[in-house]
Design a protein around this ligand. Structure first.
Ligand SMILES: Nc1ncnc2c1ncn2[C@@H]1O[C@H](COP(=O)(O)OP(=O)(O)O)[C@@H](O)[C@H]1O
Ligand SMILES: [Mg+2]
Length: 384
């Protein structure tokens, strides 16, 4: 099958589409990336998406319209990708949608303990416009099975990166930093995966507030700033970082409220220092998670490779910090690009693979990663 994977992450930067040829089934499936494209959200759409994540202030009418609008934009992104790559025959689309709310941990609501998640972007619209069946809304089935609904990319990580001899840690640097640790010769149930905290999300918000830019391009601002070590150490005391996996994070944890407090903690520091400090928080919180929650579970030296992807690989300051942290932990820093998967395309590839599994009525959550009681067939299908 040729499957289009469509991803738009918590950064709300835009839409990534990957066209993937997939054969075989389950953990033995094989894939070849045929092409990928990125489409930035127009500024007004980005503003609407960010507003929709502000749960207390958004109206139901706005959410309803946004669902259909995003359906149109996802469909256009798929169509443009097939035109530009010259790959006409797509059999299936896997569309993650835009997360506007995610609460992985059950909490009392109207007398019952409820966890919930919401990805918007209407699959029926994508299916109708493209004339191709669409799988969307992947996270709910995992949650219904007692999982946190995330992370779901570990299925792809396990398919692509498991190795007989070397333990590997696969790290995505999106808005949130999430990692998948695969011990050498691991069975799926030995995979550990969780969100360690922010990757670009806090840097992006602070760069917007202080410099009026949506991100710190190539990490140039951070490169010129001094690091406020005491702020990093204070923030690391936030209980999220010490909590044992499974755990997930989003704008609920590291959005506007967190960023405002971070700014206050930086006091009168120079603007570039704030960005340098936020960048350090990302690198140090990741290293801390590796040290506390991943590496001690195996023999020393059992993990060899640290394989990164996501928009954050373009932040040279962040990458330099991560290279230093990885080498101190005895890990070799690599990129998914070294394995034939471009950094920016990986998550889109993952949702192509997840859709393919669903189409064959096969599960694609890894219960040890999400905390689900059992494997679940993920998503909802809209037939064209
Ligand atoms: N040239 C660059 N320099 C620094 N950061 C970048 C660059 N390009 C992309 N990014 C970062 O990557 C983010 C998007 O990464 P992405 O993997 O798409 O995350 P998400 O899955 O959350 O959408 C941007 O918001 C930005 O922070
Ligand atoms: Mg993105």
């Amino acid at each position: 099958m040729i499957v289009a994977g469509v991803m738009s992450g918590t950064s709300a930067d835009g839409i990534d589409v990957a066209l993937v040829r997939i054969t075989g089934k389950g953990y033995k499936l094989r894939l070849k990336l045929l092409g990928h494209r990125h489409f930035a959200y127009p500024a007004s759409v980005r503003a609407a998406v960010l507003a929709a994540m502000n749960a207390d202030q958004i109206s139901v009418a706005e959410l309803s319209r946004l669902n259909f609008l995003l359906g149109e934009l996802y469909a256009e992104a798929v169509q443009k990708t097939t035109q530009r790559t010259g790959i006409a025959k797509v059999d299936l689309i896997g569309c993650h949608g835009q997360t506007i709310y995610h609460q992985g941990e059950p909490a009392v609501y109207r007398g019952r303990k409820i966890a919930s998640t919401w990805q918007t972007g209407e699959g029926a619209v994508v299916a109708a416009r493209c004339g191709i069946p669409v799988v969307s809304d992947f996270r709910t089935a995992d949650m219904a099975a007692g999982g946190k609904g995330a992370p779901l990319v570990p299925f792809l990580d396990y398919v692509l990166f498991r190795d007989r001899r070397a333990g590997r840690i696969v790290q995505n640097l999106g808005g949130i930093a999430n990692l998948t640790a695969i011990p050498a010769n691991a069975k799926p149930e030995q995979v550990i995966a969780f969100d360690s905290g922010p990757s670009n999300m806090v840097i992006d918000q602070l760069t917007q507030i202080l410099f009026g830019q949506s991100y710190d391009r190539d990490g140039k601002i951070a490169a010129g700033g001094h690091i406020l070590e005491s702020v990093v150490n204070t923030v690391l005391r936030n209980p999220f970082f010490a909590r044992k996996p499974p755990k997930t994070a989003g704008r609920e944890e590291f959005g506007a409220a967190f960023t405002q407090q971070f700014l206050r903690q930086c006091g009168k520091a120079a603007k570039a220092d704030v960005i340098a400090t936020a960048t350090t928080l990302t690198a140090v919180s990741i290293a801390d998670a590796l040290k506390r929650l991943v590496l001690p579970r195996e023999k020393e030296g059992a993990y060899r490779d640290y394989i990164v992807s996501g928009g954050g690989v373009n932040n040279k300051t962040l990458m330099a910090m991560l290279a230093q942290e990885a080498s101190a932990l005895g890990l070799k820093l690599k990129r998914t690009d070294d394995f034939g998967i471009p950094s920016q395309a990986k998550e889109a590839v993952a949702f192509a693979v997840l859709a393919y599994q669903t189409w064959h009525r096969k599960p694609a959550n890894i219960p040890s990663a999400t905390g689900a009681d059992k494997p679940a067939v993920l998503g909802k299908i809209c037939y064209a």
